[in-house]
Design a protein around this ligand. Sequence first.
Ligand code: 5AD
Length: 454
Amino acid sequence: MPSVYIKTYGCQMNERDSETVAAQLVAKGYTLAPAETMADVILLNTCSVRDFAEQKAIGKMQNIVAETRRARPGVVLGFMGCMAQSRGQELIDQLPDVDLVLGTQKFHRAADYVGELLAGTRQKIVDVAEETGSEATIREHILNGSAKKSVSAFVSIMQGCNQYCTFCIVPYTRGGERSRTIPDIVAECRQLVAEGVREITLLGQIVTSYGKREIPVRDGLSGFVQLIEAVHEIEGLERIRFTSPHPKGYGDDLIAAYARLPKLCESAHLPLQSGSDRILKLMHRGYTRERFATIIEKLRAARPNIGITTDIIVGFPGETDEDFEQTLDLCRQVRFDNAYIFKYSERRDTPAALMPDQVPQAVREARNAALLDVINGIGREKYDAYIGQTVEILVEGPSKKNAARLTGRTRCNKIVLFEGSDRDQGQLLNLKITRTGSFTLYSGTHADPNRLVV
Ligand code: 5AD
């Protein structure tokens, strides 16, 4: 059977989409190639959030074309995901060696299309149409890939976004919000737990809007909190996470859920984007800096050790030095555990790309560096405070960089590297933190006899 190699750019949603496509192909008898050089089918799952991500995928495809076309003309080459959706046929016009362009509502068609292309019954396929019900098609998992058993799984609960932040291409690449049903999601989670998964991350472009139109509020609980409660009831599941939420979705019902539901990990990724009310308004974010700070205060009141991370854009059109100061100021006030900083990137079809006062690249760079300094400084203090503390970690497997080490995550979503053995895989361990690196915790306490929790 032919082999397939999928390279994924971008977010966890993309990782999940790639997994489902890989699983479909494996179910049809394909093997997964360890490298593109050996594959009969090469698929790039793309990201459009910034121009840089698009250019990376296009550059990669150009290299692949140069390497494979002459030596192995039968190899099927495809783009899928967000850039495939937004550029469609244009990608084949630009790169005529590409055979397949598969949009974000068509992942479940991948195996059929690849089969047709390999068999030569079709020469080129571009499918970026909308498809009713496609939100429920991201469901196959690979739990026993590359000789390791997964303890942690992603579950897609919804697709799309209706927020239309003025900088963001996602509503155009992922479409409008569509949610799966609670019973459908719970059935998938149950199956995963039955197969050994102990941690589930609920995924969507704006998970806090889950079920907004489909599921009525019950006892003051939004559809999203009802879903978390239903997943929480699954016996054998130890940890629940979700990403990515929108701050405006942090109602009191969700904050109370953190206090009430022990499996809901004390961790939140809460995208701030800017600390300036004027910029937040131009971004169409729907909250103020004060409201954002209040949400964090409430979360910390519910779970004092909660780990909080964020996304911030620097150099949004019209952002002045004063606006940027406001962002720095809010970061110093809130003290995030970590932040992903993005230099604003003009995206086609988005309102911000047409706004006046685009910020010069050099200013975007300078603000990026200045904010990084603040975030890194606070992060270091927060991580160093863990030295000497004992934390519960779920062991995921060997570390990618150093196979002699194992890697796991704390409930607050911090990565811990430690020396352990194969039998630690999938276990919950209590480990004492002995030192820290850049946004990493280390533990060397292999000898601690009390470290097994379960
Ligand atoms: N330019 C820069 N960063 C962006 N993001 C989204 N759109 C853009 C853009 N046009 C960032 C936001 C979002 C993260 C996933 O990517 O911070 O939260």
